[in-house]
Ligand binder design. Sequence first.
Ligand SMILES: O=c1[nH]cnc2c1ncn2[C@H]1C[C@H](O)[C@@H](CO)O1
Ligand SMILES: [Zn+2]
Length: 384
Amino acid sequence: MTSQTPHVPTADQIRRAPKVLLHDHLDGGLRPGTIIEIARATGYDGLPETEPDKLGIWFREAADSGSLERYLETFAHTCAVMQTREALFRVAAECAQDLAEDGVVYAEVRYAPEQHLEGGLTLEEVVEAVNEGFREGERRAREAGHRIRVGALLTAMRHAARALEIAELANRYRDSGVVGFDIAGAEAGYPPTRHLDAFEYLKRENNHFTIHAGEAFGLPSIWQALQWCGADRLGHGVRIIDDIEVGDDGEVRLGRLAAYVRDKRVPLELCPTSNLQTGAAASYAEHPIGLLRTLHFRATVNTDNRLMSGTSMSREFEHLVETFGYTLDDMQWFTVNAMKSAFIPFDERLAMINDVIKPGYAELKSEWLFRQTATTSGSASTAG
Ligand SMILES: O=c1[nH]cnc2c1ncn2[C@H]1C[C@H](O)[C@@H](CO)O1
Ligand SMILES: [Zn+2]
């Protein structure tokens, strides 16, 4: 009987389960206490709160605006305290530590180097400081008994005009810590094709990129990202739901674009909580991730901005487990999907799946079985 019962994970098991994160912004994941300390040290006096708990709440509430543009305004404060080598190193190291502590075993963390030049750093110095911070965070995590690998994605801001330069930067550091490229920022009015030269350059270099598309703007943005720009993955891509029809009888019909995304196994970097804040979805229950998982799209679960959303990988999964009744098998499915879609070489992805992810879930499932057996025999003996 127990073997047919789904393994619904506890909060502790969700935290200990190996998780893979493809979409997380470095400037969206700072510890509130770190923001306050760096602001004091560097003389930034624009913070709306100076006590860590209150500042954390402020970010969550300010980001909870229902619009991507207003959500993005909060990054002025995090970027303001990420303008020196020391600050970038610290933020990156703490990011790797926090993710490892949360059970993330592989992460691709993105940031826009062009937003960290106000203190006089060069683009190269920014990338090197962040890379060194990630290595330090990985080392500290190892010391604390956690295993994590972090790769950087370099983002270009879509309203600016530095995408080719940032793409070239990503290509220069591809063998030293940078695994790919991305564009982010306000989507409406800034279509991906504005930066076609950067994407074409990366394709000629056989490099990888993802594009924020289908978050605040719908199908045309996704279509451009895939068919004009050649994106390997979609940042969000949640609005692909607009091309899926579910009839009253439950019959599902995919439009041409949705069919292409599913047939080609295009990875969707879904970020449920972030979508609730920017208005892309009304509730967890109504979030397209439920249907996309049922239809076997290459869906992955992500945090987007842990500070602005007050979230973590574990919390995202907690919401999904609570809403959709997901089991350890579902968690493993999302995690393997993410690992398959990472930008590191195939053999390294495979090794992560076979040596870390599958054994990790197998262990949790056997724990679960043990617990069930103990409970059943316990109740049997009481009854008897
Ligand atoms: O969800 C997002 N959509 C578009 N842009 C975003 C999102 N989250 C963060 N950004 C922007 C703000 C950051 O300053 C920038 C680089 O990480 O990327
Ligand atoms: Zn994002």
